[in-house]
Design a binder for this molecule. Structure first.
Ligand code: UAG
Ligand code: ATP
Ligand code: API
Ligand code: MG
Length: 487
């Protein structure tokens, strides 16, 4: 039995009406999930306002209401807790409800525009290989050691985070690696968690639909580091111009990694091929099966984190050499006709440029590079022309197509992308709305030794059109077409 008073610990309370000594069942922030004796936390969202559902929650059995503004009608027998910020209250309450699991596991958060999933998933893999029980909260999946759960967000809501952290602790996980998105920080999903470390990857154009300016987006990321305690480490990429900004006001132990600048963890790329990278990390050479300069950064972040968490340097290098690429992150197949098809989650201008640069650095240029790319609907529109421009500048042929149009008209998204193609590149690009047809066309156009890049959806196994999700898997589809055409 849980007493309300106990889950309100550390919550900045302004007014309480009613008793806090009562027993409660569970916490919910969605009125539709309320059951007898639940606590309903009213959240102000982007679509609706949780405060409008207080009456509904009470009718369904809620006995405690946490809100930032008291409703006009106060119902007797109900306890009202008025707080300044309900998102923050929810985070502390979630943590208390699950008995503060983040204090019983060594938790590391990874933030930045690109690389979070790669770093978190590879750290999970590395610590598993080192023999530990490990947890993972990522865009692709949630792992409670070996048990997989579906992920709905990059950083889930605070109740979900604490629920899974609690499961991890219960089965003896020693470490947990989690992605920390800017939405997550802004909506205080990670507040009240005890992190042992924070990692910053890089900052570039994304989510400017949600954050009004780039400066705000940067400061939201920075606030994650501002809140780290003295006992934690903060590891940042100082080759990124915002890398040192992240650590300006942190109390944590400041650590750096870089390929080009002076840093605590440094690497040099000795070889960069389709079969992998040969790196020199702090004076030791290591072959890894991951590809491209951006992965050299990711691997350095992983190395630094693993060493900070107490693994021995040479052991970490050995484990790095065993890592395998993360699903949908530069995943590739080579067909019978020696056509290489690469599936990558690059859905931001920066990520797309990086992937194309990586391919262009490695290829011989005697072959064609054919890129299939689209942009998601109901997301940052400003990146559409930029991504089409990058794709056409850096490939021989581009097929502009749909990503997840969600509730938008796919043709409109494609037109907005096309607007970014420069006249000299018109001849290189065609638009095919149906993503399956677009992939098929790329396969038809490809000759021996050509490279097909399918960008934007990576590991996703669905396509969301007009709000409906259909089965869709870039890798499966390209494989099928190449086999069908006997290529
Ligand atoms: C823009 C955004 O972040 N939205 C999140 C937000 O939803 P919202 O603001 O639309 O909420 P709302 O529908 O307005 O509702 C407000 C409140 O009223 C409640 N409500 C609503 C209706 C009702 O009948 N009763 C009721 O109680 C809702 O439960 C909610 O608490 O709060 C919800 C609950 O936590 C999230 O599921 C939802 O994520 C949506 C699905 C989403 O797509 N988020 C993306 C943008 C996101 O967060 N992405 C980042 C990563 C992106 C990246 O790095 O690439 C992520 O961490 O995943
Ligand atoms: N360090 C990096 N720098 C730049 N680009 C990267 C880096 N790591 C990965 N990428 C590219 O960005 C894409 C997304 O990588 P990843 O999924 O690891 O990022 P993420 O930060 O988790 O993204 P999301 O915000 O969607 O959760 C990859 O498919 C790859 O093309
Ligand atoms: N976490 C990202 C995923 C984008 C993936 C892309 N395929 C799209 O649908 O836009 C977002 O919600 O912005
Ligand atoms: Mg991710």
């Amino acid at each position: 039995m849980i007493i309300l008073k106990d889950i309100l610990y550390k919550v900045a309370i302004e007014v309480v009406k009613g008793s806090t000594e009562m027993a409660v069942n569970k916490i919910e922030f969605d009125s539709r999930k309320i059951e007898e004796n639940d606590v309903f936390v009213a959240i102000r969202g982007t679509v609706s306002n949780g405060h409008d559902f207080i009456e509904k929650a009470i009718n369904l059995g809620a006995t405690v209401i946490v809100c930032d503004t008291l409703p006009d009608i106060i119902v007797t027998g109900i306890t009202y807790v008025q707080v300044k910020d309900t998102n923050s209250a929810l985070a502390f309450m979630a943590s208390n409800y699950y008995d503060n699991p983040s204090s019983k596991i060594r938790l590391v958060g990874i933030t930045g525009t690109n690389g979070k999933t790669t770093i978190a998933s590879l750290l999970y893999q590395l610590f598993k290989k080192a023999g530990y029980k490990v947890g993972l909260l990522s865009t692709v999946k949630i792992m409670v050691d070996e048990t997989e759960h579906k992920a709905t967000h990059t950083t889930p809501d605070s109740l979900t985070i604490n629920h899974y952290l609690n499961e991890m602790v219960a089965i003896g996980c020693e470490f947990c690696f989690m992605e920390v998105s800017s939405h997550g920080v802004h909506q205080k999903r990670t507040e009240g968690l005890q992190f042992e470390g924070g990692v910053f990857t890089n900052l570039s154009h994304d989510h400017l639909d949600y954050h009004p300016t780039f400066a705000e987006y940067r400061d939201v990321k920075k606030s994650f580091f501002d809140h780290l305690p003295k006992t934690a480490f903060a590891l940042t990429n100082v080759d990124d111009k915002n890398g040192s900004v992240m650590l300006q006001n942190t109390n944590a132990k400041k650590l750096t990694y870089a390929l080009k600048s002076y840093a605590d963890y440094r690497a040099q790329i000795l070889e960069n091929q389709l079969s992998g990278l040969l790196l020199k990390i702090n004076e030791n050479e290591v072959w890894v099966r991951l590809i491209g300069t951006f992965n050299a950064y990711n691997l350095l972040a992983i190395y630094g984190t693993a060493v900070q968490l107490g693994l021995e340097n040479l052991e970490v290098l050995r484990l790095l050499s065993e890592l395998e690429s993360v699903s949908g992150r530069f995943q590739f197949i080579v067909s019978n006709e020696k056509i290489t098809a690469i599936v990558d989650y690059a859905h931001t201008p920066d990520a797309l440029e990086n992937v194309l640069k990586t391919i262009n650095d490695i290829r011989t240029k005697n072959e064609q590079l054919i890129t299939v790319v689209g942009c998601g609907g109901d997301r940052d529109k400003t990146k559409r022309p930029i991504m089409a421009n990058i794709a056409t500048q850096m490939s021989d042929k581009v097929i502009i197509t749909s990503d997840n149009p969600r509730t938008e008209n796919p043709a409109t998204i494609i037109a907005e992308m096309e607007a970014g193609v420069e006249p000299q590149n018109f001849k290189k690009s065609l638009s095919i709305e149906d993503r399956k047809q677009a992939i098929k066309t790329a396969c038809q156009l490809a000759n021996t030794n050509d490279i097909i890049l399918i960008a934007g959806k990576g590991h996703e196994t669905y396509q969301e059109i007009h709000g409906v999700r259909y089965d869709f898997d870039d890798m499966k589809i390209v494989k099928e077409f190449l086999e069908q055409m006997n290529k």
